[in-house]
Each structure stands twice: as C-alpha cells, then as structure tokens.
Design a protein around this ligand. Structure first.
Ligand SMILES: [Zn+2]
Length: 805
C-alpha cells in the first residue's frame, strides 16, 4: 500500500506534470497566438488602416496641419545674416466650427474683429464663413508676432471687435470681465493660429539682386533663394491638433507626428561691408550722372573667382519686393501706363485693357529683380582691350618694345570708312604700354590683325566668353558673338572685337576673363556660395575653387599687369588712383549700337571701369558699369571721367577692410601740420566732408548719425593727412595709448603701428630716396611711453636704416 500511494502519487505527479506542461504549452501557444493576434491588430491599425483611421481621427477629434520647416539662413562670409527666418503665425478659421457655435457667437462680430486686427475686409471673411463644410480657411499668412498676439486676445475674449479691453486681472491673477468681475471672458470658437516662419532680410536692399526673395508660399522666387531653394527649404512636418473631451479645441497642444527637417544654411562669399561700400558708391554715381538704365558692380577675388560684392541697378527692398523702389523705374512705369491710357480706345474690352495694364506693371517690377551682372549682356568697349593685349602677348605677335603709330584713325580692309581713335589728332608713336595707357584703337586693331581671326576666336573661347561662367545663380546669360565661320571669313569683325565693340558679354563673363589676364592666366568658375551648413552648423558642402584652365602664361600676365598699372598711373585711368595702393585698371566708353536717332545724334553710351589691386600681386578685381549717363552733367562722358573716381572711392574703402595693406611712401605720409577742427555735435556726413576737404582721413566708430566725440580733439595740431577718429554714440576710450617701437620700419609700417596704437605719426627727415630704401631712424617718444590717444609722435626717416636703435 505504501507503494500504491507512492505509485499513485507518482502517477498523479506524472499526470500533474503532463497537465502542467500542457498548460504551459497551451499558455505559451495562447500567448503566441494572442501576441500574433494583437500584433496583427496593431499592424492592421497602424499600417493597413492608418490612412482611414487617421482620416477619421482628423474628422472626429483632430486636425492635421502642415508645419513649415525653418528655412536656412543666408550669411555673408563673416557670418553676418543676410536672410533669416523669423517666427510668424498663420491665422485661419474653421467655418464649420463657427457655424456649429452659431448660437453662442456672432459671425459678424468675428469678421469685424479679425478684419480690424489683420487688415482684411470683413466681407471677405463673411464669404469664407459661408463655406460651412470647411475647417480650414486661411485669413492671414505669416502674421507677425504682435499681430498674432492681438488675435489671441480677441479669440480669448480679452478685447472686443473694436479693440477695447474687456478684462482685468483679479486678486488671484485670473482674467475677469471688467463689466462683471464674477465672470470670466467668453472664448470665441473657430479661430486658430498655426506656427509658421517668415523670411526677413535684415539689410533690406543690400545685395537684393543677388539674394532674391521667397514668394508668398515660402518658395524661392529669384536669386540665391531660388537657386538654392531645395537646400534652404528643408522638409515640412505634420502636426495634429487635438480636441478636448468637451469638443473644444485645445489651443496650443500640438501632437507632432512628423518632425519638420530644417533647411540648410548658406555661407556666401559676399562681404556685407564690401557690398555696402560698392552700393553706396554706385548709387551716388548713378544719381550724379542721371544714368537712364542703371548699372552694375562686381568685386571678385582674383585668385578664386569668389564674388565678394555684386550689385545691379535698379534694385529693390527684399522685404517689400513687389513695390517699385527705383525712382527712374517709377517714371518708366508712369510713362508706360500713360501710353496705354492714350490708346485705351484700341482695346476691345475693359478686361483686355486691364490685362495690358497688369502686364506692364509686372514687366516693370520684374526689371528691378534682375541681376544684370549675370542675366544681361552689353557691348563692353575698351575694358575688353586687356583680353586682346593678353592674347597678342601670349601669341608673341607683340612684346613690350613693340611700337604703334596712330594718326587718329585706321583703315581696315572691308570697312567703308576709317575707324577713329578717341583722339582725332592721333597718339603718334607709342610703346605697347603707352598705347594701352592711351586706349588707342588703331594700336589695338593692329594687334588684333596680327593675331588673326582663327587664333583670336580660339582665345575668345578659351577666356570663357562664349559659354556661361557656371556661377551658382539663376538666369545666367552668355556672350553673343559672330559664328566662327563668318568671323573667320573677313577681318571686319576682328578689327572691332579687338577694341571691344560689335559683340556682347555679361559683366561677370568679362570680369572673370579680365581676372585671368592678370592673375597668372587662370580662368575660374565664379561662385557665391562657399559652404552649405546643416542646422547644427556643420559644413556639409564646401566649394572647390580649382581653376578651369590656364589661358595665358604667368609671364604674359605679368606684362598685362604692367601695362594696366600704367593706365592708372599715367593713362586714361588716372582718376582710379588710390593713395597708398598700386592699382591697375582699364577704362571703357562704348557706344550702344542702334541708339543714334535724329533727336539723339550722339547716341547712348555705357561707361565702365575695371580695376585691381595690388597691381603687382592682384588680390581683388572690380568692374563697374553705368548704362546711359546724361551727357549734360558738365563731366565729359567717359569711363575715365565718370566711373574711375567712384572706383577709387570704393577701392579706398574696401581694400583696407579686406586686409590689403596700404603701401604709403614716406612722401605721401609727410603732411604739413594743420589744426584739427572741432566737429563734435555735427552729423557724421558733415564732419567727414569738412575733415576730408582739409586733407584729413576719417574713421568712424559706432553706428550713430551724430559725432559725439573725436580723437584728436578740436584745436590739436597734427599732420594734415592724419586719421581723425569720429565717435558716433560710442564712448571714447579713456585708456592711454602706448607708444610702439617703430625705428627700422618703413613709413607705411610705422604709420600702421602708430595708428593701431591710437597715435598719429608726424614725418620728418628724408622722405624719398633714389633707392626707395627709406626707414625710420628715430622716434621722439620712446617705446612704452603712455600718451593721451590721438597724440602726435614724430618719426624721423632716413635713407639708411639706423644701426643704433
Ligand atoms: Zn590712338
């Protein structure tokens, strides 16, 4: 018996075990089954029925809305933001919600209130509210933050439709009705705000024609904004707005399903300061000479093709791109509209006339958005001569000793009458350098004929003039030239091409070819975007500025530089000189083909000037053009007279900023003593004008309009070419200046060291020497002396470096 129970118990244990195992297995199986079932259900819900369920969810308790990704920033090369995206809010209404609450609230009241805040016609709003099936009708896109806050007050019942405050804060910090402090304000239904972003251009017109703008849908319209639209834009996200249990909308609770992927940022090669100097210079030139068709300006790094500054006129304000900005353009529009009005009778219907008016307006507005540096071509005239010069030198058909004789005109086979030189009486016999300095047409025609049609055409191609430069900008045009066969068939085109007429190029094509002439012969692909950054600031793309090809040799290039430095030192480009710098350049005055009429017998011209610095080792090149200046301004219309002075002004401002060191001779620095006038209290403009008219240089510190202090103070006696510091609202530092050691330095070096220390140098002794080897031999205040800022330190120069310092 003892065994039986044991056996029984064994059997029972076994049976139990089996049951347990079965149970476990069953449970496991059930578990797996359940898991699969659940998984399937989950899968079904999440994947198969996702769209349907989501659609139901959207209908029942949520609203899905698109969240615009934050558009990337556009920076200048120093990190100054030129285009940014600021937070804004889009205001929309749900006509359905408004109609669902028709008993609690008055649609007219909502229309009046929103209309007032958002500057929208209330009737338009009422029309939208009639679409009672709709839950999403946009009232105002990208409203500024203050406006959005006002909408929020209105929908929370804090203000009424006329903007009157309805609430006050009680002791508990709650908003209660002024009229009945026991009641809370009544919220309005059906008004919503959705976060969005708005493009904003902190500098308005600065580099407008390069940057471009985004349209009403946040898409790049023109310029870099269009070229790099997909990079800047990012990917939109989706958010779902939830409703609470009572069916009311939770105002600010967004359940985000898909994150927006922010756009990437661009670091451009533009320098905001260079751009501003370029634009200031161009604007005053265009105004002074009443240029009918605006102008262009490009500043480029000679050794990489990086565009440091680029301006095109007429321009516009990026924050208000639809409005005409330029006065001349406004006149143009008025004239065109007047002409339409005159012919009104010829239009079949009011609609046709309205359409014509609309078209004229849009054409004129489009004009101000163009970047003529890139999308327009012109006949360059004599600024093209460096290309002929470089080609002739490279082909060995001329050298620096070649002479040309000019009688005032030259006969070219196949051309009816002789081609004139700018000097009717002729330039006589000239060397290559002097002929370039004189911009002598017969000399350049002679060079062209020596090169020959086939070779010349080959170089036009090699200089990249027949193709787009490949710059990263939209709408690029390219040069317009005779086809190769007809060009080669006779020398007539060759003769005119040699001095820059009867063909067209874009300013950008020309400046990069000019750069190749002087930088050692290298043709670069110009570019504006140097880096692309992700939204954490990491560089994800970097521009590579490898030259495309070498067009001419280093030796040829050096000779071209020498000739072009002569143009500015002694030739037609003298007005382009900049104190302290070696400048090379070329003037241009080109007739606009087909503009001579009985009422305009001389025709229209394009005047221009190209310059670069330093002439012996070029770093930056600039090309300015002005289209159709007036002829009656008292200035003889030519590039040398009208454009070179502006180029000089711009270069004198941008070269020091760009770190190109001035190379003053002691002679240039040795100014006579003069009394510094007191200009405190004057406008910065007036103060600068007064000081520069006396020969002083000025440097402003701060951003105000009025001079609040100056160094040295009024009454001080300093060399009349000293730099006077003008403080515009910024406090003048109290710290004394410490005299640096300058003995042994050149005049330029000594001046720089003293200016940097806040002191002024007076030069005595030998200032010029045949050898050019002039150095400071003594200084009247020893190194380390503490002086008041703006004090004068007298430095004696000699042609022998001092051994005893
Ligand atoms: Zn001549």
């Amino acid at each position: 018996m003892a065994n039986a129970p044991r056996r029984k118990s064994d059997a029972a244990r076994r049976a139990n075990q089996v049951i347990r195992i079965r149970t476990l297995m069953m449970m496991a199986l059930l578990g797996i089954l359940t898991f699969f079932l659940l998984f399937w259900k989950l899968y079904d819900i999440q994947i198969n029925q996702h769209d349907k369920l989501q659609a139901d969810a959207v209908k029942q308790q949520t609203r899905s809305t698109v969240v615009t990704a934050s558009r990337g920033t556009i920076y200048d090369k120093n990190g100054t933001p030129l285009a940014i995206s600021a937070t804004a809010e889009t205001v929309f209404i749900s006509p359905k919600d408004i109609s669902d609450h028709a008993e609690d609230q008055d649609a007219d009241y909502i229309a009046r209130g929103l209309g007032r805040i958002l500057e929208v016609d209330p009737d338009t709003l009422l029309e939208k509210m009639e679409k009672t099936w709709s839950q999403f009708e946009i009232v105002k896109k990208r409203a500024d933050q203050e406006v959005a806050d006002e909408v929020r007050k209105f929908l929370n019942g804090w203000i009424d439709d006329a903007g009157n405050e309805l609430v006050e804060e009680n002791e508990d910090g709650e908003m209660v009705l002024k009229s009945d402090p026991s009641k809370k304000p009544t919220r309005l239904y059906g008004i919503y705000l959705q976060p969005d972003s708005k493009r904003y251009y902190p500098y308005g017109t600065l580099a407008a024609n390069v940057l471009g703008f985004v349209d009403g849908e946040n898409n790049g319209g023109v310029g870099l904004e269009a070229k790099y639209d997909s990079t800047l834009k990012g990917t939109s996200g989706l958010t779902i707005t939830a409703k609470n249990a009572a069916g009311g909308d939770l105002l600010y609770q967004y359940e985000q399903y898909y994150d927006a992927e922010n756009g990437k940022s661009l670091v451009t090669t533009l320098d905001a300061n260079v751009q501003s100097c370029l634009e200031d210079g161009l604007e005053s030139m265009l105004t002074k000479f009443g240029a009918k068709n605006g102008g262009t300006g490009i500043v480029m790094d000679v050794n990489s093709g990086a565009i440091v500054g680029m301006a095109s006129y007429p321009n516009y304000d990026l924050n208000d791109y639809g409005t005409l900005y330029d006065e001349k353009l406004k006149e143009t529009l008025a004239a065109k509209l007047a002409a339409l009005e005159k012919n009104r009778g010829t239009y079949e219907s009011q609609e046709a006339y309205d359409e014509a008016v609309k078209k004229v307006k849009s054409d004129v507005v489009n004009t101000q958005w163009r970047n003529k540096c890139v999308d327009s071509t012109y006949e360059p005239g004599s600024t093209f001569k460096p290309i002929t010069l470089a080609t002739a030198l490279e082909e060995g058909v001329v050298d620096m000793n070649t002479t040309f004789s000019c009688s005032g005109s030259i006969k070219v086979q196949g051309w009816g009458k002789p081609i004139n030189c700018s000097r009717k009486t002729g330039h006589g016999t000239q060397t290559l350098k002097v002929a370039t300095g004189n911009s002598c047409n017969p000399a350049f025609i002679t060079m062209g004929l020596k090169i020959g049609t086939e070779k010349y055409y080959e170089y036009l191609k090699s200089f990249g003039l027949m193709e787009k430069t490949g710059v990263d900008m939209i709408g690029e045009a390219h040069g317009i030239f005779a086809d190769e066969k007809s060009f080669n068939s006779n020398v007539v085109s060759l003769a005119s091409y040699a001095f820059g007429q009867t063909f067209n190029v874009t300013p950008l094509e020309l400046i990069r070819a000019q750069a190749a002439c002087i930088n050692g012969g290298y043709l670069y692909q110009p570019y504006v975007v140097d880096q692309v950054l992700d939204d954490e600031g990491n560089v994800v793309e970097q521009h590579d500025s490898t030259p495309i090809r070498q067009v001419v040799s280093e030796e040829t290039s050096a000779k071209v530089r020498e000739c072009l430095e002569y143009v500015v030192a002694s030739g037609t480009g003298k007005n382009g000189q900049v104190a302290g710098y070696r400048i090379g350049g070329k003037t241009g005055t080109a007739d606009k083909t087909g503009t001579r009429t009985p009422s305009n017998p001389q025709g229209d011209i394009v005047v221009s000037f190209m310059c670069f610095a330093p002439a012996n080792d070029p770093q930056y090149i600039m090309l300015l053009t002005m289209d159709t200046p007036r002829r009656d301004t008292g200035t003889y219309p030519s590039g040398g007279n009208m454009v070179a002075p502006t180029a000089s002004r711009i270069m004198s401002e941008i070269l020091p900023w760009l770190g190109v060191e001035p190379d003053y001779t002691a002679d240039q620095l040795a100014g006579a003593d003069a009394n510094v006038p007191n200009v405190v209290g004057q406008t910065a403009e007036a103060a600068k004008e007064k000081l520069t008219s006396l020969g002083f240089d000025c440097k402003t510190i701060g951003t105000g309009d009025t001079v609040t202090d100056q160094t040295p103070t009024g009454g001080a006696i300093v060399p009349n070419n000293a730099t006077i510091l003008l403080y515009l609202g910024t406090e003048k530092p109290n710290a004394p200046a410490t005299v640096p050691h300058v003995v042994g330095l050149t005049a330029a070096e000594a001046n720089k060291a003293l200016t940097n220390a806040g002191l002024i140098m007076r030069v005595t002794g030998v200032t010029t020497a045949a050898s050019g080897n002039v150095h400071a031999i003594s200084q009247d205040k020893p190194e380390g002396t503490q002086l008041e800022a703006g004090s004068v330190v007298t430095v004696q120069f000699g042609s022998q470096p001092s051994s005893a310092d």
